[in-house]
Design a protein around this ligand. Structure first.
Ligand code: SAH
Length: 238
C-alpha cells in the first residue's frame, strides 16, 4: 500500500511514520509514504497557494490551479491512484471504509485543505471520495489524512503482528469491544473480573459478551439498539 499526502505542511505529518507500527511496516516494505506540496506547482512567481473567497467572507481559500496541477502530476505518475479529499462536509469516514480501501486499493492519496478550505472545483474535478473524520472543524486536513491512513494501514495484511486482534475489535459489529485488562490482578484495590483469570474460554467469552453489551448500551445506545434488532444476522464475535 502506498500513501501520498498532498499537503502544504509535510513537517506536521512525517513524524507519524517515524516510530512504532507504521515505521516497522515501512521497513518491511508493506507500506510506503510520500508527500506532494501544491506550492511546488504554483504558476505565480510568489508561489501563492491561497486567495480571498469569491463572494466575500472571512478567510482565504486554497486556489484551484496549484492543486489541479499537483493532481495532474500525481495521476500521470500513478494512473490507479485513489484520490481522497478531506473536508468537514464530506461523508463520515468509518471502519468499513478503512477495510474497503485496505483491501481494494494499492495507492491512496489524501489531500489536505487549509484556511477556509479548497476551491470546490478541484474537489469536483479530482475527488474519488470525500471524507470527514467527524463533526468538528480542524485547522487543516493533515490530521484527518493521518487518521485515515493509520486506520487503513493497520489493516494491510502483515502490518499488525497479531491479525486475530482485528476480528474482535469495536466496529466489526454493532457491539463495541469488551474492556481489556492486564497484570497486576489487583490495582488500587480494583480487581480484574475473576473469570478472566480462570482460563475457561467459553465462560470468558460469555463474560466478554456481557461486558461488551453493557458498554455499548452505555456509550453508544444507537448501536446497542441496532444490535438487538439485528442480532440474529450479526456474525457473533464472542
Ligand atoms: N470553512 C470550512 C472548514 C475549513 S477547515 C467549513 O466551515 O466547512 C480547513 C481544512 O481542514 C479543510 O479543507 C479540510 O481539509 C480540513 N478539515 C477540517 N476539519 C475536518 C474534518 N472534520 N474532517 C476532514 N477534514 C477536515
Amino acid at each position: 500500500m502506498r500513501f501520498t499526502f498532498v499537503t502544504l505542511f509535510r513537517p506536521l505529518m512525517e513524524g507519524y511514520f517515524e516510530d512504532s507500527i507504521l515505521k516497522r511496516a515501512i521497513g518491511k516494505g508493506l507500506l510506503s509514504v510520500d508527500f506532494l506540496n501544491p506550492r511546488e506547482f504554483t504558476a505565480d512567481k510568489h508561489r501563492k497557494v491561497d486567495d480571498t473567497a469569491a463572494g466575500g467572507g472571512a478567510g482565504m481559500v486554497m486556489m484551484a490551479q496549484p492543486l489541479d496541477d499537483a493532481m495532474k502530476h500525481l495521476r500521470s505518475e500513478s494512473p490507479q491512484v485513489h484520490i481522497v479529499f478531506t473536508t468537514p462536509v464530506g461523508k463520515p469516514f468509518r471502519q468499513s471504509d478503512a477495510k474497503r480501501l485496505a483491501s481494494q486499493k494499492r495507492h491512496v492519496a489524501f489531500v489536505s485543505g487549509r484556511y477556509e478550505g479548497i476551491d470546490e472545483r478541484v474537489i469536483e474535478l479530482w475527488a474519488d471520495e470525500v471524507f470527514s473524520i467527524g463533526d468538528y472543524i480542524l485547522t487543516g486536513g493533515e490530521l484527518p489524512s493521518l487518521v485515515m491512513a493509520d486506520a487503513i494501514g493497520r489493516l494491510v495484511p502483515g502490518v499488525l503482528g497479531n491479525a486475530e486482534s482485528l476480528e474482535t475489535e469495536s466496529f466489526e459489529s454493532y457491539l463495541l469491544e469488551a474492556p481489556s485488562f492486564t497484570r497486576p490482578k489487583s490495582f488500587h484495590n480494583l480487581s480484574i473480573p475473576s473469570e478472566f483469570l480462570k482460563g475457561n474460554h467459553s465462560k470468558i467469552n460469555a463474560l466478554k459478551k456481557r461486558l461488551a453489551l453493557a458498554k455499548t448500551k452505555y456509550f453508544r445506545p444507537e448501536r446497542y439498539l441496532k444490535f438487538t434488532q439485528r442480532e440474529s444476522d450479526e456474525k457473533s464475535i464472542y
